[in-house]
Structures are given as C-alpha cells and as structure tokens.
Design a protein around this ligand. Sequence first.
Ligand SMILES: Cc1cc2nc3c(=O)[nH]c(=O)nc-3n(C[C@H](O)[C@H](O)[C@H](O)COP(=O)(O)O)c2cc1C
Length: 173
Amino acid sequence: MNGIETILSRKSVREFSDRDISNEDIKTILTAGMSGPAALNMRSFEFIITQKPSILEKISEANGPYSGALKKAKLGILVCGDIDKGYLGKDGYWVIDCAIAAQNLILAANALGIGSVWLGTYPEKAKYSALQKLFSLKSNVIPFATLAFGYPLDSTREIRDLYEVEKVHIDKW
Ligand SMILES: Cc1cc2nc3c(=O)[nH]c(=O)nc-3n(C[C@H](O)[C@H](O)[C@H](O)COP(=O)(O)O)c2cc1C
C-alpha cells in the first residue's frame, strides 16, 4: 500500500478479531508515532501501551461511555502530553504534538492492516483526570488520546473520496 492509499483507506474500526498484534508491528507503530513534526522539536508526547484485557477494560471505563471498542481491542495506546516538555507549556503546542503522534500511530497501523479508533480524551477533564488517577500520573502529564487497535473483523478495504470542493478557498475566502 502506498502512502496515499494508507491515508485514504483509513477508517475507524471498533470490532476486532482475536488475532494478536506482533511486538515487531507494535514497535513499528510506535516509531511512526514518534516520527511526526513537533513544535520546536520538543517531542512532548509520551505513550502508555497495554495488551492486557484487564488494563484495557480499566482504561475504557475511565475514558467514559463511548470507549467500548477498547474492551474488544488487542492493543491500547494512551497518548499523553508532558506539558513541562511542550513548547510554550500548558496552553502551548503539546496538544498539536500529541495529535500528530496519534494520527501517525493510526496511519502506521492501517499500513500494516491493523484497524484502530481514536477515543476522545482531551480536552474532557473528567476523562483525562480519571486516566491520570488510573496510572498515578504526575499533574504535568495529561492523557490526550485513547487509541484502540486490532485486526478488523471486517477486513474489506476501500479507498474513500472525502474531497469537498467547498472547503477549498483559492486565493481568497
Ligand atoms: C478527537 C476524536 C475523538 C473521537 N472520539 C471517539 C469516541 O469517543 N468514540 C468513538 O467510537 N469514536 C470516536 N472518534 C472517531 C470518530 O467518530 C470518527 O473518526 C468519525 O466518525 C469519522 O469516521 P472515520 O474515522 O471512520 O472516518 C473520535 C475521533 C476523533 C478525531
């Protein structure tokens, strides 16, 4: 699959098969997560990863009612931001560093045939506070995105065309 196909065939996957994800593929996915641009190259992202059903269940509960996919996943990655490391601190660029990392994780997984869904965490305080508590995180480490991964139950792939000409403003709005 080439790069454009990887992007255009990505979709959220919430039903996963029993097939485990290899350690090699997990390393590849994490490497992609750490390979995006980062403001002033501060690399404020951190990753909590688990393949343990009991921990996936706890993360799902902490992240609230729309996080059920995680209970069926084979891998969970919680992308966290260290606001002390990010450029311009608490209200600075850490959110963007983390969003790029999360999307790179998802795209790398898709390139490997592994499905995923982004389960929203930040900026909902109830969710990120519950996850901070679950993992006893220091207050400078903010859970940003909860990602569930696994091989899709439905492995059909389509290249989607989501282009909307109305969203493109040439030379002026
Ligand atoms: C920031 C963010 C938060 C999201 N939160 C959830 C969520 O809590 N639960 C869920 O099932 N999907 C969640 N999604 C996935 C979206 O519902 C999904 O991306 C959107 O419906 C478009 O579908 P697609 O990803 O298949 O293109 C989230 C996506 C983003 C980017």
